[in-house]
Design a protein around this ligand. Sequence first.
Ligand SMILES: [Zn+2]
Length: 64
Amino acid sequence: MCKKILTSHSKWVEIEEGLTQLRPFEAVEMPRLTHGLCPNCYEGIVADLDDSGPPQKGVDSDEE
Ligand SMILES: [Zn+2]
């Protein structure tokens, strides 16, 4: 997982970049840090899950 945050522009950026863009030290509010996954991580996890455990289907259902 990465340190990406969702900026106000609905753009996922590395947290350092996001903080720079948002200028939290000049802004009144701190940037909102999401606790979700960025699309990249999400896809990675989904792909991982998809790959890890195929349900037990008869792979060789040859024996009729
Ligand atoms: Zn990520």
